[in-house]
Design a protein around this ligand. Structure first.
Ligand SMILES: *Cc1c(COP(=O)(O)O)cnc(C)c1O
Length: 415
């Protein structure tokens, strides 16, 4: 496709861009149980406006843009406070959970080299830990040692201990893990790291905000943040339950020395000293401004309210699914994520149920093994659960009647 010879008008362009979205998933009105989060039109509009004002500012160099340095310092300070990082805590903003996890993996490799000359590093992690850890091992030439989860889907710390050897540089727990939405035994996993003086990353990409506020709301949340000895870094995605624009996550390290293992500096070219805090070089300041704006707009009260709303919707959905005999909930949600499969997989194909739901406008993630559907419930779903459950029942009945079969689909895409 060649570029049109003559430019077209602004109105024409914006109209066409809007029209491209017509068949997209309807996240604004709560029809997506994945990928997008909505705390209200006012919040979305503020994030977009703040993003626009910093879209062209370059977060590669915070010396040239003291505004961006300030945004990063203040956003990381707030997240550090949530995570009980203490005065030594040191974080950076990244473009998302994947980049935060890549940096956790890279920092662990660096510490292994620096302190123990580890040449063939491995990481020990439960089968439930996010795919981005796999990507990190692939990118950075490390071995991924996946350890099966327990029957309750939580990490098996004893089995992880058996998988650790002298070349292990990192152990991982998730709070909560994505596939079934349960919190790993972080204290037990972090103890493995503390005994051996290696890194322990807690993946709080999904739960970092939610678990912090659920604890404040009086829920019984097992310890998972820097209050746990042995935890060396934690990731929190602001573009999920921080309800800000895409492109914002924080990776927080216990101290500056550990954070230094993530950064990269070189002068081995003709362009002078070049340093970067994470994977990217030039990147937009927009996501940083949007994150700062939304955090300050919502305030502590806003996150308490949104967390309570999302949690109530997740509990309502979990209870409704338990009332549908053909479906079984994989685990009681500990935060706001849940998954369910067919009670009898021979009789009902849950991926066909996902197809039938999509025809009704609802979008869920498909996952396995075992074949399940996954719901990331957020504040936008408050009040939407009864309509969804009615459509879910109808979809199950339709698939049962037709003996339909569906396709697995994918959480991410490559084309
Ligand atoms: C979403 C998620 C990630 C990856 O984050 P992206 O923002 O999609 O790159 C990592 N870990 C968990 C638990 C997640 O839910």
């Amino acid at each position: 496709m060649a570029l049109p010879e003559h430019g077209i008008t602004r109105d024409d362009i914006l109209g066409r861009l809007d029209s491209f979205k017509e068949r997209d998933v309807r996240w604004r009105d709560g029809h997506a149980f994945t990928l997008a989060y909505n705390a209200g039109e006012d919040v979305v509009a503020l994030a977009e406006e703040a993003y626009r004002r910093f879209a062209t500012e370059n977060a590669l160099n915070t010396d040239a843009f003291p505004s961006l340095r300030r945004l990063q310092t203040e956003v990381c300070g707030i997240v550090g406070d949530w995570l009980q990082a203490g005065p030594d805590g040191a974080g950076f903003l990244t473009t998302g959970g994947t980049e935060s996890l890549l940096m956790a993996v890279k920092a662990a490799r660096q510490r292994g080299r620096r302190e123990r000359n580890v040449e063939r590093p491995n990481i020990v992690l439960p089968t439930s830990a996010h795919a981005a850890f796999e990507k990190g091992c692939y990118y950075f030439g490390m071995e991924s040692r996946r350890v099966p989860v327990r029957d309750d889907w939580r990490a098996d710390a004893d089995a992880m201990a058996d998988a650790i050897d002298d070349d292990t540089v990192l152990v991982v727990g998730s709070a909560p893990q994505y596939p079934q939405g349960v919190v790993d035994p972080i204290a037990d996993i972090a103890a493995l790291a503390a005994e051996r003086d290696i890194n322990c990353h807690v993946d709080g990409c999904m739960g970092g905000v939610t678990l912090t506020y659920l604890a404040r709301l009086g829920h019984d949340i097992p310890p998972w943040n820097f209050s746990v000895p042995g935890v060396t870094s934690i990731s929190v995605d602001l573009h999920k339950y921080g309800y800000t624009a895409k492109g914002a996550s924080v990776i927080m390290h216990r101290d500056k020395r550990l954070r230094a293992d993530q950064t990269f500096v070189t002068d081995n070219w003709l362009g002078g000293v070049y340093g970067s805090s994470a994977v990217l070089g030039t990147k937009s300041g927009g996501a940083w401004a949007a994150a700062w704006a939304v955090l300050h707009y919502l305030g502590d009260e806003g996150y308490l309210r949104l967390t309570a709303a999302a949690r109530a919707a997740a509990e309502e959905l979990a209870t409704a699914i338990e009332g549908i005999p053909q479906l079984s909930l994989r685990a009681q949600p500990q935060a706001t994520l849940l998954a369910f499969g067919a009670t009898d997989p021979e009789a009902l194909d849950v991926f066909a149920v996902a197809d039938a739901l999509w025809r009704r406008g609802w979008y869920l993630d498909r996952q396995g093994p075992p074949a399940s559907l996954h719901c990331t419930v957020n504040a936008v779903h408050q009040g939407k659960i009864p309509t969804f459950v009615a459509d879910l029942r109808a979809a199950v009945a339709e698939v049962e009647a037709a003996h339909g079969q569906g396709a697995q689909g994918a959480y991410g895409t490559v084309e």
